[in-house]
Ligand binder design. Structure first.
Ligand code: MLT
Length: 396
C-alpha cells in the first residue's frame, strides 16, 4: 500500500498567507465595492526595472534564432549568471568561486528543497517570530523543530546558548517579520556557536538590499568562519521585483561539509538530478540586476518602498503605537493597540478600515499581540492605508 508522508498531518490546517487570502476573498465577496489596501503579504507593486526588461526582451529574441538559441541550461546556473553574482559579492569584499553560487527559482522554493541535504534525524532551530515556511518545511522533512522565541527585550535578535543546540540553525537578517538586523557581533556569535557545535546555518538574506545602516552585514560570508558552517539563500523577489518572475541564488562554500560529506558537491548532485535549471531568459534578466544600471534602478524602487515605510512609521508615531523595523527591512512590526490579539486586530482593520496586514501570531506563538505591515504597496495605497489607520485609531 502506498504510504503518504504522515508529517503533513502535523502541519497547521493551512499556510498563513493562504489563510489570509481566504479571509480576504470572503470579505470581498460580501463587500464587492470595498477598496482594500494590501499591506499583508510582501508582494512588490513596482514593475521590473528597465535594465531587466531589456535583458529579458533580448533573451527572448535570442531564443528565436538558431545561432543564439539555448536548450537545456546548466542545472546549477549559467556561467554568465554565476559570474554576475560573483562580481556583486566581490564588490562588497566577499570572495566566492563561481561554482559556489547556484541559481534557483526563488528563496521560498529553495528553503524547502535545500533540506534534501540533511537526514531526517536532524533538529532545526527556528528563531521566532519567523517566516512560517521554515517550520513547515522542517516538519515535512521529518525534523524535530525547536522554537527560540525572541522579543522586544532583546531587539528580536537573541544570542545563542547551549540550550539552543541544534543541527540546522535558521537566521534571517534583515528579519521577516520584525525587520531586526543581526549586527556583525551578533552574527559572529552565531557563526562561532555553529562552528563549535557542528551545526549548519541556513542564512536567509532575501532582504539584504534594504539594509541602510553602515556596518550591518549583507552576507553571512562577511563573518570569519562562516564558510565552514553556512549556506546563504538569496532572492531577487524583493530586491528586484521578481516575485512573479522567479529567480534567486544560493551560496554553498566548497569547504562546507557535515558527517564527512561535502554539501557543495551534494547540491550539484541534487540539482543535476532534480532540476533542469532556470530558463535562459530568466537568468539573462536576473543577471542584468547586477549591472551598474540594474543596481541603480533597483535602488530607485527600494527608495519608493522606504518612503512607504516612512509614511507608515510617522502615522504610528502620531498614534503612539510601538513598532520596530521599517528601516533596514520592508516590514514594520508593531504592537497591536489596546492589548488586542493579532487576529483580533486583523479582523478590526479589515472590517473597519479595509486594510490587510499580517497577524503576528502567524509567525510563531511569540508573535501574538504583534502585527506586520508590508511596505511593498503602491505609494497611493500605502498613504490611503495610513490615513484610514489614523482615522480608526486616533484617540478622540
Ligand atoms: C512574506 O510576506 O512574508 C513573504 O512575501 C512571503 C514569501 O516570500 O513567500
Amino acid at each position: 500500500m502506498t504510504m503518504p508522508n504522515r508529517h503533513y498531518g502535523e502541519l497547521k490546517d493551512s499556510y498563513l498567507f493562504y489563510n489570509i487570502a481566504q479571509k480576504v476573498n470572503a470579505y470581498r465577496a460580501a463587500h464587492p465595492d470595498a477598496q482594500i489596501c494590501r499591506l499583508g503579504i510582501g508582494d512588490v507593486s513596482l514593475p521590473l526595472c528597465g535594465a531587466v526588461i531589456r535583458a529579458l526582451h533580448a533573451a527572448v529574441d535570442d531564443q528565436a534564432k538558431a545561432e543564439t538559441f539555448h536548450g537545456y541550461m546548466p542545472e546549477c546556473g549559467a556561467p554568465f549568471f554565476r559570474e554576475a553574482v560573483q562580481g556583486h559579492y566581490a564588490r562588497r569584499g566577499v570572495k566566492l568561486e563561481a561554482d559556489e553560487i547556484f541559481v534557483s527559482s526563488g528563496a521560498s522554493d529553495e528553503l524547502g528543497d535545500i533540506l534534501d541535504l540533511f537526514s531526517a534525524d536532524n533538529t532545526a532551530l527556528v528563531i521566532e517570530p519567523a517566516y512560517p515556511a521554515y517550520v513547515d518545511a522542517n516538519i515535512l522533512a521529518g525534523h524535530k523543530v525547536l522554537h527560540l522565541p525572541s522579543g522586544a527585550e532583546n531587539g528580536f535578535v537573541p544570542a545563542p546558548s547551549m540550550e539552543h543546540r541544534a543541527d540546522i540553525l535558521y537566521i534571517c537578517s534583515p528579519n521577516n517579520p520584525t525587520g531586526a538586523v543581526f549586527s556583525r557581533d551578533k552574527l559572529r556569535a552565531w557563526v562561532d556557536f555553529a562552528n563549535k557545535t557542528g551545526a549548519v546555518i541556513l542564512f536567509d538574506a532575501a532582504y539584504e538590499a534594504f539594509i541602510e545602516e553602515d556596518g550591518v552585514p549583507h552576507s553571512i560570508f562577511e563573518i570569519p568562519g562562516a564558510r565552514g558552517c553556512a549556506i546563504e539563500i538569496c532572492s531577487l523577489s524583493k530586491t528586484a521585483g521578481f516575485t512573479g518572475t522567479r529567480c534567486g541564488y544560493t551560496v554553498i562554500p566548497k569547504e562546507l561539509a557535515c558527517g564527512g560529506m561535502n554539501l557543495n558537491a551534494m547540491w550539484v548532485r541534487n540539482r543535476t538530478t532534480k532540476t533542469n535549471g532556470v530558463s535562459y531568459i530568466l537568468q539573462r534578466g536576473a543577471a542584468a540586476v547586477f549591472t551598474e544600471e540594474g543596481q541603480r534602478q533597483i535602488m530607485e524602487n527600494i527608495r519608493v518602498y522606504k518612503k512607504n515605510a516612512a509614511c507608515l512609521m510617522e502615522t504610528l508615531d502620531r498614534l503612539g503605537i510601538w513598532y520596530c523595523g521599517g528601516k533596514n527591512a520592508p516590514y514594520i512590526w508593531l504592537r497591536c493597540p489596546g492589548g488586542m490579539g493579532s487576529w483580533e486586530f486583523f479582523d478590526l482593520l479589515l472590517e473597519k478600515a479595509q486594510i490587510i496586514g499580517t497577524p503576528g501570531a502567524g509567525f510563531g506563538s511569540c508573535g501574538e499581540g504583534y502585527f506586520r505591515f508590508s511596505t511593498f504597496g503602491s505609494p497611493a495605497e500605502t498613504a490611503e492605508a495610513a490615513r484610514r489607520l489614523e482615522k480608526l485609531l486616533a484617540k478622540e
